[in-house]
Design a protein around this ligand. Structure first.
Ligand SMILES: Cc1cc2nc3c(=O)[nH]c(=O)nc-3n(C[C@H](O)[C@H](O)[C@H](O)COP(=O)(O)OP(=O)(O)OC[C@H]3O[C@@H](n4cnc5c(N)ncnc54)[C@H](O)[C@@H]3O)c2cc1C
Length: 448
């Protein structure tokens, strides 16, 4: 029997081979990464389906690309030629334990749905990627997703307690812990977080929930230059513990205005949120610090609706820049005190290659998303955009940072990984991958 025949026999009704239907499963949201044509798409409905696919794929040495919601920005979920795309979005069980303050979920549960369910118990799920309404917990775990509130609450790894994972070959393991402490054994769960579907398929996760903040306050702070804005970030972090400090440069604000007609001042802007015991007092402190560090205008509010309307400007930043032309979205992260140098290097790269770069991102994490906007019909523009992109990524590494703060390596950044990670470290990563996946079927040829 062929592999397809065996899949159909084991997973009747969940196997798709029509090219037109498979087309929707070939790409994630990274518009520039290459994608192949799968042999088949399997729409799994439970962990047994996942185990069946991985056992058969292993026997036939056929690659498997696991797919959550397909919102990734690095091409990590892009199909490979002749692969099985394993769609786990239908594994969507969800239960909350309000006493233990944990949630146990299938990987297909959307981040925002988990958070909404937690809030019914006075709790919340902290990791909040900009894609929270559309990205899955399985994908968040596999990319170790960040978001706006990492400066205070950390990234997905900090909230992932225990995982059930199906390995290549179909064996299921349970790893991680729900206790506060546990030093028994190597931390396999931590290895799987951020491994981009290369070590195993997460079929269930237990995550930490926190008491929901009683309220929030939000500030919009404008500055004459990006350098002044990032200088203020460092000062703000010394006196307050905001839950978000988001930056938009003038190009990004202009794009947001064009798309939304919000009428924001088209200058570098920080949006800051506080959610501590007295958010209004904390935001007033933030505003004072900003004023003392050269802010042009300072506005703050403890009205939740007004605050979320302000934050909407940041949430639509990428979409707004995409309206201006073809975009090449980057994701670099440096130690926060080196942000001013990163900003200078981004501006230099943009000028040298004659391209427009809109900069926005999670300023308090040192994590920026410089987005190169170009006219793809103009001869040479794509090459200049790529050269600018390369220069920015290498600048981040030279500043002691990373080629990816939160979007991952995927297909997009494999070559850059070599520049950051040493030869011995990379070889060890390959040996770890081989221990999890001896046949090499899980998302092969990607970062690990
Ligand atoms: C508008 C927008 C805003 C975004 N904002 C942010 C942000 O602020 N922060 C951030 O970090 N990211 C952000 N992203 C990127 C993206 O949403 C995240 O990377 C997200 O975690 C991907 O989740 P997904 O369910 O879409 O995964 P997919 O794109 O389907 O897959 C991503 C990777 O995870 C693997 N994978 C998926 N599910 C599993 C599983 N169950 N087991 C093993 N491997 C699996 C895939 O093989 C792939 O390697 C944004 C994307 C968009 C479109």
């Amino acid at each position: 029997m062929s592999l397809i025949e065996k899949l159909v026999e084991a997973l009747d009704g969940r196997v798709v081979t029509e090219p037109s239907t498979m087309e929707a499963y070939r790409h994630d949201q990274c518009l520039v990464a290459t994608a192949g044509m799968p042999l088949a798409v399997v729409r799994a409905i439970d962990a047994a389906d996942v185990a069946a696919v991985l056992a058969l794929a292993d026997q036939h040495a056929v690659p498997v690309v696991t797919r959550g919601a397909g919102t990734g920005l690095a091409g990590a979920a892009n199909a490979l030629d002749g692969c099985i795309v394993l769609d786990v979005s239908r594994l969507s069980t969800l239960s909350i334990d309000p006493v233990a303050r944990t949630a146990t979920v299938g990987p297909g549960v959307l981040n925002a749905d988990l958070d909404a369910a937690a809030r019914e118990h006075g709790l919340f799920y902290a990791p909040d990627p900009g894609s929270r309404a559309i990205s899955s917990i399985g994908g968040n775990i596999a990319t170790n997703a960040g978001g706006m509130c990492c400066t205070k609450y950390g990234v997905t790894a900090d909230h992932t307690l225990a995982l059930t994972v199906v390995l290549a070959g179909g064996e299921t393991i349970h790893t991680g812990r729900t206790t506060h402490k546990d030093v028994a054994g190597l931390d396999l769960a931590r290895l799987i977080v951020g491994s981009e579907g290369t070590l195993g398929v997460v079929v269930e996760a237990t995550v930490r929930l926190l008491p929901a903040p009683a309220g929030t306050a939000t500030a919009a702070l404008t500055f004459p230059t990006v350098a002044a804005a990032v200088g203020a970030v460092l000062a703000i972090e010394r006196v307050a513990q905001p839950s978000a400090v988001e930056l938009m440069d003038e190009t990004t604000v202009h794009a947001v205005n064009l798309m939304t007609r919000m009428g924001l001042d088209e200058v570098p802007t920080l949006l800051v949120v506080t959610d501590g015991t007295d958010p209004a007092a904390e935001i007033a402190t933030v505003a004072d610090v900003a004023a003392a560090h050269g802010a042009l205008a300072v506005f703050h509010t403890d009205d939740a609706d007004e605050g979320s309307a302000l934050m909407e400007a940041r949430r639509v930043a990428l979409t707004a820049l995409e309206q201006l032309g073809t975009t090449l979205l980057d994701d670099v992260c440096v130690p926060i005190h080196r942000l001013p140098e990163l900003e200078t290097r981004i501006a230099k790269a943009a000028a040298e290659h004659g391209v427009t770069v809109g900069v926005f991102g999670h300023a308090a994490d040192g994590n920026l998303h410089p987005t190169i906007v170009y006219d793809a019909t103009e001869p040479g523009a794509a090459e200049r955009a790529q050269a600018c992109f390369d220069q920015i990524v290498l600048a981040a590494v030279e500043l002691g940072g990373t080629v990816s703060g939160e979007h991952g390596i995927g297909t997009l950044k494999i070559d850059y990984l070599e520049q950051q990670v040493g030869t011995a470290e990379r070889a060890l990563m390959h040996r770890i991958k081989a221990a999890f996946d001896p046949t090499g079927i899980l998302n092969p040829g990607r970062g690990y």
